[in-house]
Every structure is written in structure tokens, then in C-alpha cells.
Write a protein that binds this ligand. Sequence first.
Ligand SMILES: C[S@@+](CC[C@H](N)C(=O)[O-])C[C@H]1O[C@@H](n2cnc3c(N)ncnc32)[C@H](O)[C@@H]1O
Length: 332
Amino acid sequence: MTNAEKREKIKERLLAAPNLSNRELARAVGCSHTSVAAMRRILEESGKLCHGDTTESNWLNHPLIKGGVIDLSAYNVKNLQALKTPGVLDKMMRENLTSPVYAQRKLRQEAKQARKNTPIGRVAENIKIFKADIHNGLPEVESESVTLLITDPPYQKSALSLYKSLGMVAGRVLREGGSLLCMTGSSHLPEVIQALQKNDRLKWHWLIAYHTPASAPMLEWKRVSPFVKYFLWFTKGEYRGDWQSDYIRAPGDKSGDKTYHVWGQNVAVQKTLIEKFSDPGELVLDCFLGGGSSAVAAAQLGTRRFLGTDIDPVCVRKSKQRVEETLTNNYE
Ligand SMILES: C[S@@+](CC[C@H](N)C(=O)[O-])C[C@H]1O[C@@H](n2cnc3c(N)ncnc32)[C@H](O)[C@@H]1O
């Protein structure tokens, strides 16, 4: 390591853990404690480090550190920063973990899981399904009330006007930062995206794919054997939600469940996305409900408010029945 590199390392560590002694930091970098002291002075004089600042020193009193159970000099800057996060040292002690970064990640995942699974009261009252034509704009749904609009309109070219109406509804009912996840086929993708973007409050965000282990029917006229399904992800305003993966694994070997609708989708995939894109108590909408796979997913989760609509009264009836059966099975 050159002297300049060594100085950079000392600086990094001092900024990450200023409360460690010069000797401890020197041991970690492999330099003399006077070099650390010299860098400390420079940083203090330039105002980057506060002299004698003890506001962050609580973590140094933790039994793992005081008792010398963990060797601070073995950690890199990222680990030192993680160590200072409230709860990380306790987590390491409780679960016998050696990596602060890993403990911090586990804490974040557990907090997220707890947030995602908060109960919201009687599930049946939170799931509403009714007949509606998307072209009428869904006046029953309050503006700015929906966090996630997850839906699956018909895919054929003659259905393009449905996407335009969907874009209008999404632009109105989504709250700021909310998401539209719209399934569609690949044949008319450019026109579908254009139709959805007719509403300038919707912003294109990303494409989410899921692999369907068993191929959907071969598309003779395109000479394509499809193994992947897509959700087009649009947002209203800036998306500030959780990080998302753009690949979802469809459990089982089916792309969808055709028992309740010829175009029925995979419930587990809908459930995964509802859980990822909304929090407990938030409102999820599907305005092309079909056989009700998204409604069943919401009923299984039991922690979201859900509105489902379809123009076809048979779909409405079947979906209601499926939700009732799901809830009965859940609570028996
Ligand atoms: C692809 S299917 C949805 C399948 C559903 N995802 C499932 O898992 O069963 C599309 C649905 O859109 C509905 N639909 C067609 N035109 C509509 C319109 N103008 N307004 C509301 N729904 C409509 C159809 O009745 C059909 O049930």
C-alpha cells in the first residue's frame, strides 16, 4: 500500500468510527498510531470530524465490545458503520452472528416483514367486488386512494381502447408514488404502452417478468413458444417504495389457473406482487378481475383492502364466490 492509500484508509476508518482509539484504528489499518493521530487532527481542523464528539459512543459500551468479544480491527468500513446502527450489536449477540452488515440486513428484512404482515381487522369487509365497465372511469373508486393497481386486460388488438381507459383510471385513482402493474401480451406491446401513456400523469417505470415453467400455448402465427409473462410497471409521480426485483418466480408448473377463467392467472404471483408493492391497510385495485385470481391473492394475504371490478357479471359472481371460499378455508 502506498502512503497516499494508507492515508485514505485511515481517513475512511476515522470517519466511520471516530470513537475508536488511535491505537485500535492503527491496528486495523496496519500503520502507526501517530499517523492516525495526525489524520485525526487534519479532519478535526477541517471540520469533518468533531473534536471529542461522544454522541455516537454508546455502541462502544456494548458488552460485545467492552468484553472484547469482537475484534474491531478485523472489520472494514462498511461493517464498522453497520455496527453503529441501533440493534445490530444486540442482534449479533442474540444470534451469534459475526458480520455486522449481515445482522443489519437481517434486522431490516425482519422489520419489513413485520410491516408487511400487520393485520387490518376483518378481511371479508376489506374485499369488495362489483360490476363496472372501465370505459366509464370507475367513479366508485375515490381519486388518489389506490396504492397498487394490478390488472390483466384482454391482450388482443381490438382491446387497445381498454388500455387507454385503464391509463385514465390509473392516473386518477392512484395516489402519488402508487404503481400500475399491467399484464399484457407481447404482440401489441408498443401500442399498449402508447395507449397507457395517453394519461400524462402516468410514468413508465420498468418491466417485470415471470418465468412460467410450462410453456403457454404456442403462438403459431408468430412462431413463438412463450415461457415468460410480463407486467408493465407505470407509476404516478416518483416511486419511493421498497426495492423491487424485476423477476418473479412463478411457483408450481403453471403460468395460470384456468379453472375459473380461460385467461386465469397464477394466484401466487399476484400475491407476491401485492405483498411487495403495497403495505397493510393500503388499497389494491384490479379492474379486469376475470376469475378473481388477484382477489383470492388479497384474501389469502388478509392484510390489504381490495377492490375488484369486471364488466362481466359471471366473472363478478365467480370471483365473489372464490373469495368467500378462500376466507372460509383460511379461518376454519
Ligand atoms: C384477461 S381477463 C382477466 C383474467 C384474470 N386476471 C384472472 O386471473 O382470471 C380480462 C377481463 O377483462 C374483462 N373486461 C373486458 N372488457 C372490459 C371492460 N370494458 N371493463 C371491465 N372489464 C372488462 C373481461 O370480462 C375479462 O374478465
